[in-house]
Design a protein around this ligand. Structure first.
Ligand code: ATP
Length: 238
């Protein structure tokens, strides 16, 4: 396991947002975490990346306890986020947004190597390549999501945490984004995919967890969860 989360408890004052949550993220896999509004999905990402205080429980990255590390140190270890709402720098160009994703690397790596990586990532996202000098704020929703993913890749991550990448996208565009995510797995990336769109997330995930009111209520192979009657009723509109 590249990331192991054990019995996590997170509170916002008196709101118990995560209740003894345990999740394992296996190297080279897509792990889905699905759940409705307010289930605690974003809190999971914030917990892993050091953005909320953890009351109980532990988080391990490659067997190292990172529970109390600050977010900059966690990022430096190779955990990269594609945040909810993309959080791009709208007035900056596509290329500059991508460079920002590599900011931790500029200190220790040659500019040439980073430029090589940009080239490789542009090959994955030809639409971004065509728009590299366009400002991020003028991209379509789908293109912005691709840029948010491309920026995360620029950090050379060992694990990528994606917070609701389909939010606000038309179904066809969302489908395209999920295809991109799956292709990343095929290239060896490890992904935690947090989603309200359970069907699409389960279709591309290897293993998945269902979160309800801060608790994991179901877990299993994603293909099994897709067939599970309670999941179908609660999340798939069957
Ligand atoms: P959504 O899909 O709607 O974004 P989510 O599953 O990501 O929801 P979280 O954002 O993790 O859910 O929120 C979990 C619970 O914690 C909710 O009840 C929410 O109201 C509460 N919460 C989240 N952030 C805060 C905060 N900063 N202060 C107080 N309560 C919070």
């Amino acid at each position: 396991m590249i990331i192991k989360i054990k019995d996590l408890d997170v509170f916002y004052k008196n709101i118990h947002a995560l209740k003894k949550v345990s999740v394992s993220i296996e190297n080279g896999k897509i792990i889905g975490l699905v759940g409705g509004n307010g289930a605690g999905k974003s809190t999971m990402i914030k917990s892993i990346t050091g953005l909320v205080p953890i009351k109980n429980g532990k988080i391990f990255f490659n067997d190292r306890d990172i529970t109390r590390l600050d977010s900059a140190s966690i990022a430096r270890l190779g955990i990269s986020t594609v945040p909810e709402g993309r959080r791009l720098f709208a007035p900056m160009t596509v290329q500059d947004n991508m460079n920002l994703g590599a900011y931790l690397r500029f200190k220790n790596e040659k500019k040439k190597d980073i430029e090589k990586d940009i080239k490789k990532i542009f090959e994955l996202f030809p639409r971004l390549m065509e728009r590299k000098n366009q400002t991020a704020g003028t991209l379509s929703g789908g293109e912005q999501q691709m840029l948010a993913i491309a920026r995360a890749l620029m950090a050379k991550p060992k694990a990528i945490l994606m917070d609701e990448p389909s939010t606000g996208l038309a179904p066809l565009i969302a489908k395209e984004i999920f295809k991109v995510i799956k292709s990343l797995k095929n290239r060896g990336y490890t992904i935690l995919l947090i989603e309200q769109s359970a069907r699409m997330a389960l279709k591309i995930s290897d293993y998945a967890y269902v979160l309800e009111s801060g608790k994991i209520v179901l877990k299993g192979k994603a293909s099994d969860l897709l067939k599970d009657e309670s999941v179908q009723k609660a999340y798939l509109g069957v």
